[in-house]
Design a binder for this molecule. Structure first.
Ligand code: ATP
Ligand code: MG
Length: 393
């Protein structure tokens, strides 16, 4: 039994101040959930315009490894969490000397490094795609290896398909490895996917788990595009994905919200990767579940029991990337916007825009979720609005 002294600490109740490392949209939804419950939030993020920093009670504008800033966070907050898996694990360990940090530095350290993540999953007995660890050019397999065609993925700081190159042979793999300046990489077999699913769950300080219905995800250019929840008509797969996600959380002795992404390949599940925080594919929980994933994050970090993860409506979430924003030729202070009127006319649609000032290609600017009693109807409406907004063109 692994005893953490902080788990003896009584439940942290409102109006306590909670600390959040990272000021992106996930942090912003955390702030909203915490405020709803009566907590205050301090966000640490280096960006003066960060979406979460702008609505937090306190915004410490500093780097994630700034000792003075971390000390201020530790001294003024009752518990700390993160929304960004690339926060240095050392910063989390440092904070944990003073206050409870959930999830732990250990869990975040594993999830933020593709090699430790793959090795952890493999050793925990979870199915993963065939891969090789690449530290130097000589580690790249020769042309007749079964691993090709493959994807070279840098071990650190990859997200939304960044830091990934598809390669057909050793030569292409060598060029890609050079492009990544010989940073440690994982070379993963390119699989023919049937489809992709993910599971978001929350695990409290006592080990109780609340699992959300499995969602079915499609990607565009390596970035999540559409999530359908619950996933369509493959109950056995959905159920198995939930079981595997719970196993991941248990093997990590995890406290907090965890997102686990899966490939479905020849009818079998393979774990793709995990995120030690709320997940984009779990945004549907904001509008379609009794307790959303951000409230679960608040509950897990404060030692409260988890809320019900029951889904009350079918949901289809569509990401809104910077690509659909009109080019701002005049460089006017107010960025031109997509034509929202039609989407906003739909009474079943919930719009979420993150308040980011600059729209760039591939940047997550917002999302919408269509909810309905009928999943087919939600899909039909969401896909129509997606087309009307010129998404994917
Ligand atoms: P994010 O953190 O946003 O999920 P990421 O940059 O960490 O993205 P991955 O999840 O590794 O990237 O890959 C992004 C997408 O690329 C996957 O969801 C999948 O659609 C595709 N992909 C990745 N690896 C493979 C593979 N081995 N075979 C086939 N498709 C893959
Ligand atoms: Mg991914």
């Amino acid at each position: 039994m692994n005893h953490n002294i902080h788990d003896q600490i009584p439940v942290i109740l409102p109006p306590a101040m909670l600390g959040m490392l990272g000021g992106g949209q996930l942090g912003r939804f955390f702030v909203i959930a915490a405020h709803e419950m009566g907590y205050k939030v301090t966000v640490l993020d280096p960006d003066t315009n960060s979406p979460a920093g702008k609505i937090a009670d306190v915004h410490i504008c500093a780097a994630f490894d700034d000792k003075a800033a971390l000390l201020k966070l530790a001294n003024t907050c009752e518990a700390i969490s993160t929304e960004f898996e690339n926060v240095p694990a050392d910063s989390l360990s440092f904070l944990a000397e003073t206050k409870p940090v959930r999830p732990s530095a250990y869990s975040v350290a594993i999830a933020q490094h593709r090699v430790s993540e793959k090795n952890f999953l493999k050793h925990a007995g979870l199915p993963v795609a065939p891969f090789e660890v690449i530290n130097e050019v000589e580690d790249l397999p020769v042309d007749d290896s079964e691993i090709y065609p493959a994807i070279l993925k840098v071990a650190r700081f990859g997200y939304d398909g960044k830091g990934q190159v598809r390669v057909k042979n050793q030569h292409e793999a060598q060029l890609a490895f050079m492009q990544f300046e010989r940073e440690e990489c994982v070379l993963e077999k390119m699989l023919k996917l049937d489809y992709e699913v993910s599971v978001v769950l929350a695990r409290d300080v006592h080990g109780n788990v609340a699992t959300y219905p499995t969602s079915e995800n499609s990607h565009l250019n390596g970035i999540l595009d559409v999530s359908i929840a619950p996933a369509r008509g493959r109950d056995a797969i959905s159920h198995q994905a939930q079981k595997l996600a719970i196993l991941v959380a248990e093997k990590l002795a995890y406290t907090g919200v965890l997102g686990v992404e899966f490939f479905v390949c020849n009818g079998e599940l393979l774990v793709n990767e995990m995120a030690p925080r709320p997940h984009n594919s779990g945004h549907y929980t904001i509008d379609a579940c009794v307790t959303n994933q951000f409230e679960q994050q608040v509950r897990a970090m404060t030692g409260l029991p988890l809320g019900s993860a029951r889904q009350h409506s079918s949901a289809v979430m569509v990401n809104l990337l910077g690509d659909i924003w009109p080019a701002d030729v005049t460089a006017a202070p107010i960025q031109l916007q997509p034509e929202w009127q039609h989407a906003l006319n739909n009474p079943q649609l919930k719009m979420h825009l993150y308040g980011k000032q600059e729209a760039r290609s591939g940047r997550k600017m917002g999302h919408f979720t269509v909810i309905n009693v009928s999943r087919d109807e939600a899909i039909k409406q969401a896909m129509q609005i997606r087309t009307d907004l010129n998404i994917g063109e």
